[in-house]
Design a protein around this ligand. Structure first.
Ligand SMILES: Cc1cc2nc3c(=O)[nH]c(=O)nc-3n(C[C@H](O)[C@H](O)[C@H](O)COP(=O)(O)OP(=O)(O)OC[C@H]3O[C@@H](n4cnc5c(N)ncnc54)[C@H](O)[C@@H]3O)c2cc1C
Length: 417
């Protein structure tokens, strides 16, 4: 690493998991230069996964979701600028300007502005909630405390988690989604059915296969009209229909915006010298798909941040990112862990105990050549670790099945003499 690189001016825009990890990794790898990290939010950085789980349930307080406290900000010598929303990037001048007009010059810039919850296309006000930030989670928690009937529009990862948390808290929950079962796009109909029955086992009503036509809110509740003509009334509604990228501020900088920022496999933003992007806002090449694509998972943000930090320090010899995707989700009594790309593969088999309650198994998915290309495990972290290794090794799915069967059925110990 040359002294010039080690002492450069680094600017990180966005202070959530991707931004914070870049800052931390830069220091760990010996970066000496000034690090300025800007955040649109006024709060110290916090983590998002617990916001639909333990934090929403009240089991974690704010200290348990902290990503970076004031002491570490000092220790790492980060110049953290809270409440600074980046508004423009001028590539020739190498400067980012925020909404107040403050200028942040850089030698190297990392875009880590993530994504925002997609707003309700049906409108809504006080009783209609989105969930992305800690403020959203606080507001939802207090709304749930005053509500009995709760509607969740969107049965994906976040919607299903919120449904589980609200039901555990005593609410009468209904999940609505035009898909036929929760997360069927991700894990396929067969495995998705287990998540549907988990909702039912925990008292959640489901309306899968129907869309929302209209939503109207009055002082005492929310009416939701479904595409089959039925009308449901709730005290509170959560809209969990995905996220959109926070890349609009880069319009005019020379990159395409709206679908995430396109990068090469080293994390360098295509067409902007000295600029990298990581996390939910970034579109990196994914080897199995060809086209660069975004991945909205926590581990992806952490791994891309590590790659970016390393490559900032070795620009002449960058390392590529060739991940096995990983995401987890906690819904009712099911811990789902996904590796690889089940959504683009065919379910091959299920290994483990699927019929016991709660179940514990691994679903293995294969590509058209019969190679293990993804796995979904339920309540089986050990199985997951094995699947992750096997997906990375691109083993034939039949071999993976044998391996998982051996793991699921421990050898009988010889009788003690
Ligand atoms: C409720 C919830 C539960 C989740 N659960 C899981 C889970 O169980 N497992 C999992 O793998 N993933 C989960 N995720 C996804 C995971 O949290 C995200 O992938 C991760 O937060 C992405 O991190 P990021 O740093 O790229 O972006 P973000 O976390 O979106 O952070 C971006 C930051 O940039 C700031 N910002 C935006 N625009 C600007 C601007 N113009 N200027 C300055 N700052 C800006 C934002 O305010 C924010 O602080 C969950 C997400 C949510 C919302």
């Amino acid at each position: 690493m040359t002294a010039e690189i080690r002492d450069a001016k680094a600017l990180i825009v966005g202070a959530s998991v991707a931004g914070v990890r870049v800052a931390r990794d830069l220091r760990r790898l010996g970066f000496n230069g000034p690090i300025v990290m800007t955040s649109a939010e006024e709060l110290l950085p916090y983590d998002k996964p617990p916001l639909s789980k333990q934090y929403l349930a009240g089991a974690f307080d704010a200290s348990r979701v902290s990503l970076l406290d004031a002491t570490e900000v000092d220790d790492l010598q980060i110049d953290l600028r809270l409440g600074s929303r980046a508004a423009e990037l001028h590539a020739h001048e190498k400067v980012v300007v925020d909404a107040s007009g403050a200028e942040f010059p850089y030698d190297v810039c990392v875009v880590a502005t993530g994504a925002s919850a997609r707003p309700s296309p049906w409108g809504g006000d006080r009783r209609v909630h989105l969930l992305r930030t800690i403020a959203d989670s606080d507001r939802l928690r207090s709304g749930l405390a005053d509500s009995t009937k709760v509607g969740v529009i969107g049965g994906g990862l976040i919607g299903s988690e919120v449904a589980g948390t609200a039901a555990k808290g005593g609410a009468e929950v209904t999940v609505i989604d035009p898909l036929t079962s929760p997360m069927s796009r991700l894990v396929g109909e067969d495995v998705a059915h287990d998540f549907l029955t988990a909702h039912h086992r925990h008292g959640v009503t489901t309306r899968f296969g129907v869309g929302v036509e209209a939503l109207t809110e009055d002082d005492s509740g929310v009416d939701v009209v479904l595409s089959d003509g039925s009308n449901l009334r709730f005290d509170l509604v959560v809209v969990g229909i995905g996220a959109s990228t926070n890349d609009g501020w880069l319009a005019g900088s020379g990159v395409e915006t709206g679908q995430g920022i396109e990068c090469d496999r080293f994390g360098r933003v295509t067409g902007l010298e000295g600029v990298y992007a990581a996390g939910d806002v970034a579109r990196w090449p994914r080897p199995p798909f060809g086209e660069p694509r975004r991945v909205e998972h926590w581990t992806n943000a952490v791994e891309q941040a590590a790659t970016v930090a390393a490559n900032i320090l070795r620009p002449a010899d960058p390392v590529g990112y060739d991940p096995v995707d990983y995401v987890w989700s906690d819904q009712h009594d099911l811990k789902l862990q996904l590796v690889g790309w089940p959504e683009h593969s065919k379910l091959y088999c299920v290994v483990g105990q699927r019929d016991r309650m709660p179940p514990r198994y691994a679903a293995l998915y294969a590509d058209e050549r019969g190679i293990l290309s993804g796995a979904a495990t339920v309540n089986w972290p050990r199985g997951l670790a094995e699947c992750r290794r096997l997906v990375a090794e691109r083993v034939p799915v039949a071999a993976a099945k044998h391996r998982l069967e051996a793991l699921a059925t421990p050898a009988v110990a010889p009788p003690a003499l």
